[in-house]
Design a protein around this ligand. Structure first.
Ligand SMILES: Cc1cc2nc3c(=O)[nH]c(=O)nc-3n(C[C@H](O)[C@H](O)[C@H](O)COP(=O)(O)OP(=O)(O)OC[C@H]3O[C@@H](n4cnc5c(N)ncnc54)[C@H](O)[C@@H]3O)c2cc1C
Length: 402
C-alpha cells in the first residue's frame, strides 16, 4: 500500500429500499457530489445513488484531473471559478486527502489568431475576477524551462495565457470523498445496479426500474455521463448531446519535474505531471460519435508527436497505459443542468471533456435545485430550455473542444 491507494475509506454498502426521496442515477462525481450536498447542505439523506458498475468507473475515474476556470464566456467563468474555490476547501470540508495541487496552467498560442484568443481570454477572465495573465516567451521559459519555444521548428510559441489557479486533484479520491461523506450521513450507494427504465405515473417520473427491482422516488436525477441519451429516451426526451470517445495516456516517471500544466489550443493537447511523476497527456475528443471505449494507436501517435514538439523530453519517456472515456458533448460545449420539462426528472449532463472541474459546483447547485425546487442563479444559464429559446452558451474553452 502507498499514498496512492486509499486505505482508510469508510464506505458502507446497503441493500436497496423500495422507495427514496431522491434517486440519483450514476455514481460518478456529479451524482455523488449532488448526494453529498443534499445531505450536508440540506439535511436530505433519504437518497440513493444507483451505479451500474463501481463508483468512479465512468469518466470521473478516467479523466486527466485538470481543474481551472479560464473559460471563454462570463457564465462559465463564474460557474467554474466557484468550483475551483470549492475544490480548494474540499480536503478540509470532507477530511479526505484528494491530493489537490495548485500548479498554474500555461495555455500556449502559436499563431496571431491564437494570441488574439489568449488576449481576450485574459481580459474576460480578469473582468470576472479570475487570475489569468498574458505571458511572453521569456516568461514561459521561466515558468517551464522544458518548453521548446520553436515548437520543434513547426509551432513557434508566440506567447500564452497563464491561469494562476490551474490545478489538479486525484480523480478517484474526489469520487471517494463525496461517496464517503454522503454515506456517513445515511445516503445509500448501490453499486452493480443498472437503471433499465423509468417508472411513470402519467407524465410524471416516479421512480426507476433497476436490475434489482423497481425503486420509487420523489425525484429522479440523471447523472450518467456518456449514457445520457439512453436514460433521456426512457423519458421520451431527445437531448442536444452526442457521445464521443476521449482518450488519454500516461508515461513513466520524469524525474526532473514539470511545474505547471502545459496546454496548446492550436495543437489540441495538454499535459500535467502526476504526484507519481508520470506525464499525464490528453487530446481533443474523437470526431466520430460512438459508445466505444476502444483506445487507438493512431491517437497515441498523433498526440505524442505533438507533445514532443512542445516538450522534447517526452521523446525519452515510455508510454505505460492508455484508456478511453465516453463523453456527453452538448451542442454548445457547455453543461446542461436542471429541469427537463418532464415532471419528476432533473438532469446534469453535457459535461463532455470538461466536467471533472465542475463536480463540486455542479453537485452543490443541483442539490440546491432539488432541495428548493428552484434553479439557483449560478446554473440558470445552463438550463436545457436554452436550446429551445435559441440562447446557446457557446464556449469552446476546452483544449479538446476548439
Ligand atoms: C480521458 C478523459 C480526460 C478528461 N479530462 C478532464 C480534465 O482534465 N478536466 C475536466 O474537468 N474534465 C475532464 N474530463 C471530463 C470529466 O471526466 C467528465 O466530464 C466527468 O467526470 C463527468 O462526471 P459524471 O459524474 O457526469 O459522469 P461519469 O463519471 O461518467 O459517471 C456516470 C456514471 O453513470 C453510470 N451509469 C451509466 N448508465 C447507468 C445506468 N443505466 N444505471 C446506473 N448507472 C449508470 C456509469 O457507470 C458511470 O459510473 C475528461 C474525460 C475523459 C474521458
Amino acid at each position: 500500500m502507498n499514498e496512492f491507494v486509499e486505505t482508510l475509506l469508510e464506505l458502507t454498502w446497503h441493500e436497496p429500499k423500495s422507495s427514496y426521496d431522491v434517486v440519483i442515477i450514476g455514481g460518478g462525481g456529479h451524482g455523488l457530489a449532488t448526494a453529498y450536498y443534499l445531505a450536508t447542505r440540506h439535511g436530505i439523506t433519504n437518497v440513493a445513488v444507483i451505479e451500474a458498475d463501481y463508483i468512479g468507473s465512468g469518466n470521473s475515474g478516467r479523466n486527466t484531473t485538470i481543474i481551472r476556470a479560464n473559460y471563454g464566456i462570463p457564465e462559465s467563468i463564474r460557474f467554474y471559478n466557484h468550483s475551483v474555490d470549492l475544490y480548494r476547501n474540499l480536503e478540509a470540508e470532507t477530511g479526505c486527502r484528494i491530493m489537490h495541487a495548485n500548479k498554474g496552467l500555461i495555455w500556449m498560442a502559436h499563431t496571431e489568431s491564437g494570441m488574439r484568443a489568449e488576449r481576450s481570454r485574459v481580459q474576460l477572465n480578469n473582468a470576472c475576477g479570475v487570475e489569468t495573465v498574458l505571458v511572453d516567451p521569456i516568461e514561459i521559459k521561466r515558468l517551464c524551462p522544458q518548453v521548446d519555444l520553436t515548437g520543434g521548428g513547426r509551432y513557434p510559441v508566440l506567447g500564452a495565457s497563464f491561469h494562476v489557479p490551474g490545478s489538479t486533484a486525484r480523480h478517484d479520491r474526489v469520487v471517494w470523498a463525496y461517496a464517503q461523506g454522503a454515506m456517513h450521513r445515511g445516503v445509500h450507494v448501490l453499486q452493480g445496479t443498472s437503471v433499465t427504465g423509468l417508472l411513470r405515473d402519467g407524465d410524471r417520473v416516479v421512480g426507476v426500474k433497476t436490475s434489482r427491482g423497481d425503486i420509487s422516488a420523489g425525484i429522479v436525477m440523471s447523472a450518467v455521463g456518456g449514457d445520457v441519451s439512453t436514460i433521456a429516451a426512457h423519458a421520451g426526451l431527445r437531448l442536444p448531446v452526442r457521445t464521443h470517445p476521449l482518450q488519454a495516456f500516461v508515461t513513466n516517471g520524469y524525474a526532473q519535474g514539470l511545474g505547471p500544466i502545459v496546454s496548446s489550443t492550436d495543437l489540441l493537447c495538454y499535459v500535467s505531471q502526476t504526484a507519481r511523476g508520470q506525464m499525464l497527456i490528453g487530446h481533443e475528443f474523437e470526431r466520430e460519435s460512438s459508445y466505444s471505449r476502444q483506445s487507438s494507436f493512431q491517437f497515441l501517435q498523433s498526440c505524442s508527436l505533438k507533445m514532443a514538439y512542445l516538450l522534447p523530453f517526452v521523446r525519452n519517456l515510455k508510454i505505460l497505459r492508455q484508456w478511453t472515456g465516453r463523453c456527453d458533448i452538448s451542442a454548445d460545449f457547455s453543461p446542461i443542468m436542471g429541469f427537463t420539462g418532464v415532471e419528476g426528472l432533473v438532469i446534469t449532463t453535457g459535461w463532455g471533456t470538461w466536467g471533472f472541474k465542475g463536480i463540486p459546483a455542479g453537485g452543490e447547485q443541483m442539490a440546491e435545485l432539488i432541495a428548493t425546487g428552484r434553479t439557483p442563479d449560478l446554473i440558470a444559464p445552463f438550463a436545457l430550455s436554452r436550446f429551445a429559446a435559441d440562447h446557446p452558451m457557446a464556449d469552446q474553452g476546452s483544449t479538446g473542444t476548439r
